[in-house]
Design a protein around this ligand. Structure first.
Ligand code: NAD
Ligand code: MG
Length: 388
């Protein structure tokens, strides 16, 4: 059973791109939500502005510098209960006074809070795909034990969720088809990719997103992470999840049934749409985005991904096949490599090269506990930093 309205909402990663879109949805439907907690990372000033507007009972930041910035920017007539440090996010994710947790921290830092929400039996709007890449097996088990439910915010997985409605039986589903925009470098060859800059990689043609996921979209690793995410969410093996490049980002993904029917989900590419679907599920509410007018779009095109120029998609598939510790390695190396690329310490094509070399070196280890997952993540980060 879904929680009643108004829903008591916790937003982890409130100061990010998904946080912005979520708070637009909330502002459009104030009668449906009580904002119980807002958590940011290091941007204390922005979090203070959001808290001044939405007045949550709780706020959280990552460190003391952000805490100071937060307190310096808060209006005098309001003092939320402020939590500081990584454990703060786990606590808010499991808060008794909350019904619905939006997990929108970027990267592996989202894993522990998502698991905490799953253990606490919450309704979880999941944007943080990395948490399933790190420990999908643990999060799924926690959901089964507690009754927690994951609603996928990621636009492709939200599209699949809608395409699967009423037909969840495994024997009916032939395959899932994830659409990919192809990113800013679609159609380019390896020689071109050697030369691309940070600014070019951040200029996504259709979606406005945080820096890390924008680079992931440019390398196509984002689609690789999403492939793993889809396998965990829908319990299918990777050979039943395909990827097709669709540059217009109008079709958000498709479900193919055994009778040959393919159900596509279409809409304007704006994250407010899947976020509103999750936050108000199973009800639908108005969302203030331009309506899709197919006659104005004119043409929808589709092509196969170029796995030679963009090896990350293949690497993610191989990592998932290799066992539960390989995706953790893939993700950790990627996070360090993307950060190094954003700081202009390495080139764009070094990202897949570093991931491939790291996966080749990795011998499977047991990751059946959250502690083991986090220990491997830390170890691979340390090792990757050292190699840079
Ligand atoms: P972003 O960089 O814009 O925002 C990230 C948020 O996480 C910020 O609030 C930041 O302060 C916080 N944060 C960063 N490091 C943290 C840490 N160590 N501990 C706690 N908080 C921390 O990122 P985004 O684009 O909003 O993406 C968030 C997540 O949603 C990612 O997992 C991404 O893959 C996923 N996602 C994003 C989009 C999109 O359109 N932006 C679409 C689908 C999925
Ligand atoms: Mg996506």
């Amino acid at each position: 059973p879904s929680p009643p309205f108004p829903r008591r909402l916790v937003i982890l990663g409130a100061t990010g791109s998904i946080g912005d879109s979520a708070l637009k949805v909330v502002a459009g439907h104030p009668e449906r939500f009580t904002v119980t907690a807002l958590a940011g990372g290091r941007n204390g000033r922005k979090l203070a502005a959001l808290c001044a507007r939405f007045r949550p009972q709780y706020a959280a930041v990552l460190d003391d510098a952000a805490r100071t910035e937060f307190l310096d920017n808060l209006p005098g007539d309001y003092a939320p209960e402020l939590l500081v440090g990584p454990e703060a996010f786990d606590r808010l994710a499991a808060l008794d006074e909350a019904d619905l947790i939006l997990s929108a921290i970027v990267g592996a830092a989202g894993f522990a809070p998502t698991l905490a929400a799953a253990r606490a039996g919450k309704m979880i709007g999941l944007a943080n795909k990395e948490s399933l890449v790190l420990g999908g097996h643990l999060i799924r088990a926690a959901c089964r034990a507690s009754g927690a439910v994951i609603l996928p915010v990621d636009s492709e997985h939200n599209a699949l969720f809608q395409g699967l409605a009423g037909h969840g039986r495994d024997e009916e589903i032939a395959r899932l088809i994830l659409t990919a925009s192809g990113g800013p470098f679609r159609g380019k060859d390896r020689a071109f990719l050697e030369t691309v800059t940070r600014e070019q990689a951040l200029a996504h043609p259709n979606w406005s997103m945080g820096a890390k996921i924008s680079v992931d979209s440019a390398t196509l690793l984002n689609k690789g992470l999403e492939l793993i995410e889809a396998c965990h969410l829908y319990g299918l093996p990777p050979d039943r999840v395909d990827v097709v490049v669709h540059p217009q980002s109008i079709v958000h993904s498709l479900v193919e049934y055994v009778d040959g029917s393919q159900l596509a989900h279409m809409g304007t590419p704006d994250m407010q749409v899947p976020i509103a679907h999750c936050l108000c599920f199973p009800e639908r509410v108005t969302v203030d985005v331009p309506r899709l007018r197919l006659a104005e779009v004119g043409r929808l095109t589709f092509e196969a991904p170029d796995l030679d120029a963009f090896p990350c998609l293949r690497l993610a598939r191989e990592a998932f096949d290799a066992g539960p510790s390989h995706p953790i390695v893939l993700n950790a190396i990627n996070e360090i490599a993307v950060d190094a690329f954003l700081h202009e310490r390495i080139g764009f094509t070094d990202i897949p090269a570093m991931i491939e070399a790291g996966l080749d070196r990795h011998a499977p280890v047991d990751v059946s506990t959250p502690e083991a997952v986090l220990a491997l993540d830390r170890e691979v980060r340390r090792e990757t930093e050292a190699r840079l």
